[in-house]
Design a protein around this ligand. Sequence first.
Ligand code: SF4
Length: 346
Amino acid sequence: MTGAADQKTDQTKNATVRKTLISWFRENGRDLPWRRTRDPWRILVSEVMLQQIQVARAIPFYERFTERFPTVDALATAPLAEAIRAWGDLGRYRRVVNLHRTARIVVEEHEGRIPADPEVLVTLPGIGPYTAGAVACFAFERDVPFFDTNMHRVLHRVYFGPEVPEPAAKRKELLALAAGLVPVGDGWAWNQAVMEFGALHCTARRPRCEECPVSGHCSAHPGMPGALAAAPRAPKREPADRYEDSNRYLRGRVLAQLREARAADGLELRDIQSRLRRDETEVGLPRLRGAVRSLEDDGLACTVPARDSDDSSPGRAVAEERAAYDARPPGGAGGEGLAGIRVTLP
Ligand code: SF4
């Protein structure tokens, strides 16, 4: 086949895949709150929340957060502690710190308007190429390419074949392909369609190839189910890797106690320990201090010496006690020297 004929075939395939997936999306796409709006602030909040978080879980958090902070200005003028409270226990707490910083930058440097240009968006805290492209496309209807895991998988399968045991195409190649596929004037529908198709139909482990509207144009068809069955599975996690034993879980529990405490002067470390015990989370003070320190490092908590602590030097507890997770404290195995620390939201 000549180069010109190849090109024509590609164009025909591209046009068919685009038309088919957009029409599939119109019939099967979920009615999600962030699909009913083009408000850049709401789109940004949804995209920040949705990274590695399931749609169904994110919805109530999105509703509550945007009710409390309906505009970028509302978040920019609120204390960070309020933003952390409104974030609730969605997890991935550094995101809310970054979102708060982004809101302030947007107000101070962009006249309160979320930028439409992905190259400007990507300079804001916590916004990577995916989020920048998604905001530009879903809020401003710009015909820009980008992809998340679902989109990556769909495009790889349709154009290069199964992504297992090893991907046949590099990320760069897929991005170039994605750029050529975005239909002029219909980028919103196309990007939503590919994303939704990957989430609901061409899923990672159980693609529905037998009833697939693009199977006739898919390079992975009909071998996809067989390739998945033959692909090595990730080893099962050992009990030691349980989420409840992780520092991520502990950070979330500590933040939950600080949010619920409400008092502006926070809680003493030992109070936090007692509250966690009531919630059936047993943790020693040194490990708890390590979790608090990592929250401080991420801008999610502050510490000061407790009011009745013998230590009268402000900040000394922070400056001198550099306990890592599970390290023994200077004052003894029980962590007595750590108890006189007060922890607050920032
Ligand atoms: S045929 Fe299978 S692998 Fe190809 S797009 Fe459809 S569901 Fe995905």
